[in-house]
Ligand binder design. Structure first.
Ligand code: PLP
Length: 395
């Protein structure tokens, strides 16, 4: 009834695409053999490195996050290798399952769906591996199913303290360009990202960052195939040589514009915006949760992602709320991925091209939905959110 008008896809990816990104892609196909497209591809590499805060390499793949997951594993591992996988939700399990499918032995440490990685347990697992059989330790920076944000630098510190030589491999797909991530300073050897969340571009590009240590592992990795090999892919000329197929032409134009927007704002400002908007949502959510069935999945604010927040309700309620928000007001909320019963969970994506009026709009809509559906909730949540924005932005 009140849904007509510009809709808002408030799910944790794909995220809202800026008009400028859409317009950049709205063109006829370019010459892929020579000319502007190559200059553009060259220009992407240093800017992608700025977003990850790394001097290492970045390989661009035509594929989603799953493709980048596989590429990352294939370039450093061999069939029969062992790895340690630190799991805080559905996506950690997914990466482990993919490694197992490639013939890699996975030791999974599962921290559950409501908390972050416990570094003491990581230390225990690494010390128990006195023969250093784990070739790598896999971490999901932000698990999109639970909304938890893990301490990547903390895992590096434990690897160093235990003298364990395993590579630190990080899934940044949900957190990239939303939550602070500093690949080199935090000691990540491999980082995986994708285009459709903080990078505000359609799904279809995957990025694998790697440093010299990881590249040395490539020498012995027998899982690497010609297509997934990252060495040729760090050279933007790859497309003109037609080595690995047709360039993802329009994605590259869209990404160029998205990176221009991100770097014009500045990484510190981008991260600060995501943090302020996440806190705006939490101000309201904690009030809703104070008197009724709605619960924030991660209790501790300092462990929550700034890109996605996950909520639990009673069975069926989340489905009703999502349905109401979408069909009555034009706001689409995320489903409860990897949780049971799914109808009790929903997620809000606040990643990428999101500003205060969008966040306040989502909050007000959820508040209206709780009222319309007669779901108990604490009062004055919207007021708390607007106060937060007023406080952060000032006069
Ligand atoms: C943390 C995380 N890892 C991996 C993936 C998989 O990425 P894709 O859906 O692009 O394959 C996602 C997607 O939501 C994700 O959030």
């Amino acid at each position: 009834m009140l849904a007509n008008g510009r809709s808002y896809l408030a799910i944790p990816g794909p995220s809202v695409m800026p008009d400028a990104v859409l317009q950049a892609m709205h063109r006829s196909a370019p010459n892929i053999y020579t000319g502007a497209l190559h200059d553009l591809t060259h220009s992407l590499i240093p800017d992608l490195k700025k977003v990850a805060r790394t001097e290492g390499e970045v390989a661009i793949y035509i594929g989603n996050g799953h493709a980048a997951w596989e590429a990352a594993l294939a370039n450093v591992l061999s069939r029969g290798d062992r790895i340690l996988v630190l799991v805080t939700g559905r996506f950690g399990h997914g990466w482990a399952r993919m490694a197992a499918g490639l013939g890699v032995g996975c030791e999974v440490v599962d921290f559950g769906e409501r908390s972050d990685i416990d570094l003491a347990r990581v230390e225990e697992a690494l010390r128990a591996d006195s023969g250093h059989t784990y070739k790598a330790v896999l971490v999901t920076h932000v698990d999109t199913s639970t909304g938890v944000r893990n301490d990547v630098a903390g895992v590096r510190a434990v690897l160093d303290a235990t003298g364990h030589p395993g590579l630190l491999m990080v899934d940044c797909i949900a957190s990239f360009a939303c939550d602070r991530f500093e690949m080199d300073a935090w000691g990540a050897d491999v980082a995986v990202a994708a285009s459709q969340k903080g990078l505000m571009t359609p799904p279809g590009l995957g990025f694998v960052y790697f440093n010299d240590r990881a590249n040395a592992a490539r020498d012995h990795a027998d899982l690497a195939t010609e297509y997934w090999d990252w060495r040729p892919r760090i050279r933007p000329e790859i497309y003109s040589e037609y080595f690995d197929g047709t360039a993802p032409t329009h994605h590259l134009y869209g990404l160029r514009t998205a990176l221009d927007m991100i770097l014009a704002e500045g990484m510190e400002a981008v991260w600060a915006r995501h943090e302020a908007l996440a806190q705006c949502l939490w101000e309201a959510s904690e009030i809703w949760a104070s008197d009724g069935p709605l619960e924030l999945n991660i209790a501790d604010r300092s462990k929550r992602s700034h890109a996605i927040t996950s909520f639990a309700m009673e069975e069926g309620q989340a489905d009703r709320l999502r349905d109401w928000c979408e069909h009555k007001t034009g706001v689409t909320l995320g489903i409860g991925v990897g949780r049971q019963p799914a109808s009790a969970f929903f997620r809000v994506g606040h990643m990428g091209h999101v500003n205060a009026h969008m966040m306040l709009g989502v909050i007000a809509v959820i508040d209206a939905g709780l009222k319309a559906l007669d779901i108990a909730h604490g009062a004055n949540a919207v007021e708390a959110a607007t106060r937060h924005v007023a406080r952060v932005v000032g006069a």
